[in-house]
Each structure stands twice: as structure tokens, then as C-alpha cells.
Unconditional design. Structure first.
Length: 397
């Protein structure tokens, strides 16, 4: 089960984020900062190596002028002294620009995973703006930051804003997964689970409690199936969606009878989560319905169905994805379908080599060492000596 979860964690839909190709130019107008439209004709921006960090900070503080996009790269892999300098002036940067900076760094990281904005995300965790704390929590999911588990747990319980507490609950799911595959200390795993269960059963807002349930989806705790079932049976759309999300993370076939009927639900959010769960659980019986969802009116439903087909596999899945690829003109959808097809090929190769290993193991079992028991060491030496004599005779002839 742990290996199954690990494969899905690395290649699942959570790891595929559709992003614009270029970071947008900063505008000093806070309203304009909310617009994420890019010029597709912009050239590729090289990552500068020698921009003095003081220049990047000065440009960041100069709110009367746009920040040159190439300066964004300068906030990657900060040195300790640079972190201190950024921390000193962080509060002097207007809130709208701090938020815009974090948004653009997230977009940039999505396009280049060799960049690291861990340091600035750590600074953002203490930002007075809730939106920036949320962006920082999301940004830190890509890094090994176990030292921040206490910080995340504290934000989960004490932050004044529900969206931050919800983001903290979501961030903690990663550590439950790591605990399940024995990459996190059992003590830390238990602490996280207990805190999330307390929130889930408590009186916090539905959003925070639902995020706690979703993160607990990775857990093997005995009480989890009952909690998921209860959430699903509320018949409230948001709770049902979160329950389906958690079902997918369990990778447990027991949820098939809950998931499959929801593929036809009237609410797009529930269809999407059902489609996602069908792929995570690898419900082969859902293949035909998932293919039908490739023509759903909702783009997120289509993408979830496409990715799940890449997880489940089969000739029909490959044919359907190829047809979908040929029939769409949307660049983002094309990019996503390409990723799904790549994932399908990857999963098929894994299955192929797994079958080969299985056949090899069976061949080894058929091999009987007793067949050679009739030979002792001396007999084997005589055998090879006789073989050499026969060879010499043949050679002389």
C-alpha cells in the first residue's frame, strides 16, 4: 500500500499544475496586480546570475516602477545574509506587492523546479496578510521542512483567519503521507494525526475541518473510514467532495461503490473529485464513464478524468486521450493531456516490468536445486574435466 501511495503521490494530479509560461510584469496599481494575463509573444527570460541582491531589494521597494521580471530569479536560493536583508525590509514593501511577488514566484517555480524560494516562503509565514501566509504555506510544500511542523500545527490552531488554518491543515497532509511510508518519525506522525482529528471533530469552520479530513486521507488510522463515511453521508456537496478526495488518498478499493455513482453527479465539483478518486484507487470499472467525462462541460472535470484514465490504463484509455488531444485547441488543455499521456505510458511500463519480474520469480521457483544433489564436489570436477577432454578431442579432429 505504501508503494502504491508513493507512486501516486509523485505522479498524481496534485503534482500537475497548469501555469502561464511567463511571470507577469509588476504594476504599481494594486487592482492591476490581480490580473494574471501574460503576453504569449514574450521571449524566454534567462536566469541572471550576477544581479546584486541590493539592486533586487531596491527595485522591489520602488513601487512607482514595475519590477523587471528577471529580478524574480534573484530571490531563489538566498544566502543567509541575503535572507536577513530581505527580512529587514519585508515590512516596508506594500502588502499588494508582497502578495504579487509571492504569486509570481509560485508561477515561476511551476515553470522551473530547479529554483528554490523556500527562504522567502519562510519569511511569508509571519506576514500580517492572510493571503501571503496562505501562499507561503503552499510554496513550502515542495521542500523538506520538517522543522516547520510545529509552526504549521500552531497556524492550524491559532491563526485568526480560517483560510490560513485551512491551508495549514492541507500542508500537514504531506507529513501524514511521509509517516505512512516511514519517512517521518512515528511520534511526529501521531502528533499531526491527533491535532488534525481534534480539528476535524471540533467546532472550527467547515472549510478547516474539511481540509483536515482530506489530509487524514493518507492515514491508516482505524477511525478514518468511519469519518469519511460520515462526511459523505451528510449529502452536503462540499463535505461529499472532501470525502471523495480523502477516499482517493486511501487507495482503498472499499470506496468503489461510493465513487462510481458520483461520476454522474449534477455538481461539477463532485464529479471532479469522483473522477480523481477513481484514478487514485484504480477503479477499472469506471473506465467507460471516465471516457465520457472527457467531454464534460467543466474543464476541471475533463482534466481529472483524463488523469485518472492515465492511472487506470488500458487500450481504450490511450485511444480516448489521443482523440481528446487531437480535438482540443486550448493550450493549457493540450499541455495537460500531453502530461496525462506521458503518465499513461509511464504506468504501462511499470506494469510491464512488474509482470516481467513476476514471471522471472515464477521461473526461479520452477528451478529445483535438488536436480543437482546427485553431484558432489568431486563429481562436478569430473564432469568439467570430461567436458574439457571432449572439447580437446573435437579440436584435434
Amino acid at each position: 500500500m505504501a508503494e502504491c501511495r508513493q507512486l501516486r503521490f509523485l505522479h498524481g494530479p496534485d503534482s500537475i499544475v497548469l501555469l502561464h509560461q511567463y511571470p507577469r510584469l509588476y504594476q504599481p496599481d494594486p487592482i492591476a496586480m490581480s490580473n494574471h494575463d501574460f503576453d504569449p509573444d514574450l521571449p524566454d527570460l534567462p536566469a541572471p546570475k550576477k544581479i546584486p541582491f541590493a539592486d533586487a531589494l531596491a527595485a522591489l521597494l520602488d513601487v512607482d516602477n514595475p519590477l523587471p521580471p528577471r529580478y524574480l530569479y534573484r530571490f531563489s536560493d538566498l544566502e543567509p545574509e541575503e535572507i536577513r536583508d530581505l527580512h529587514k525590509i519585508w515590512g516596508q514593501i506594500p502588502a499588494w506587492r508582497r502578495k504579487a511577488l509571492m504569486e509570481d514566484l509560485a508561477l515561476l517555480f511551476g515553470d522551473d523546479y530547479l529554483l528554490s524560494f523556500e527562504a522567502i516562503c519562510r519569511i511569508g509565514l509571519k506576514d500580517p496578510e492572510a493571503a501571503i501566509r496562505v501562499l507561503s504555506l503552499s510554496g513550502l510544500l515542495e521542500y523538506e521542512v520538517e522543522d516547520l511542523i510545529p509552526v504549521f500545527l500552531n497556524l492550524l490552531v491559532t491563526d485568526s483567519q480560517a483560510e490560513v488554518r485551512a491551508a495549514a491543515a492541507s500542508a500537514l497532509g504531506k507529513y501524514i503521507y511521509e509517516g505512512e511510508i516511514e519517512e517521518l518519525k512515528p511520534k511526529s506522525l501521531r502528533l499531526i494525526e491527533e491535532r488534525l482529528l481534534s480539528v476535524l471533530k471540533g467546532s472550527d469552520t467547515p472549510l478547516v475541518r474539511r481540509r483536515a479530513l482530506e489530509s487524514m486521507g493518507y492515514s491508516s488510522r482505524k477511525e478514518l473510514p468511519t469519518l469519511i463515511e460520515s462526511a459523505f453521508n451528510t449529502q452536503e456537496n462540499e463535505w461529499m467532495a472532501s470525502a471523495l478526495f480523502a477516499m482517493g488518498r486511501t487507495c482503498d478499493k472499499r470506496w468503489q461503490e461510493h465513487v462510481v455513482p458520483m461520476l454522474n453527479h449534477v455538481q461539477p465539483a463532485i464529479r471532479m473529485e469522483a473522477a480523481r478518486a477513481a484514478g487514485e484507487i484504480e477503479i477499472a470499472a469506471a473506465g467507460e464513464q471516465l471516457i465520457e467525462l472527457l467531454e464534460d462541460d467543466n474543464a476541471e472535470v475533463r482534466m481529472a478524468a483524463a488523469w485518472s484514465l492515465s492511472q487506470i490504463g488500458g487500450e481504450d484509455a490511450q485511444e480516448a486521450l489521443n482523440l481528446m488531444f487531437k480535438s482540443t485547441d486550448d493550450p493549457e488543455e493540450i499541455e495537460f493531456i500531453e502530461a496525462a499521456i506521458d503518465n499513461l505510458i509511464f504506468n504501462q511500463s511499470v506494469q510491464f516490468y512488474s509482470i516481467m519480474d513476476f514471471d522471472r520469480d515464477n521461473d526461479d521457483e520452477d528451478f529445483d536445486d535438488d536436480d543437482f544433489d546427485e553431484f558432489d564436489d568431486g563429481d562436478l570436477e569430473d564432469y568439467y574435466e570430461n567436458d574439457e577432454e571432449d572439447f580437446d578431442e573435437d579440436y584435434e579432429d
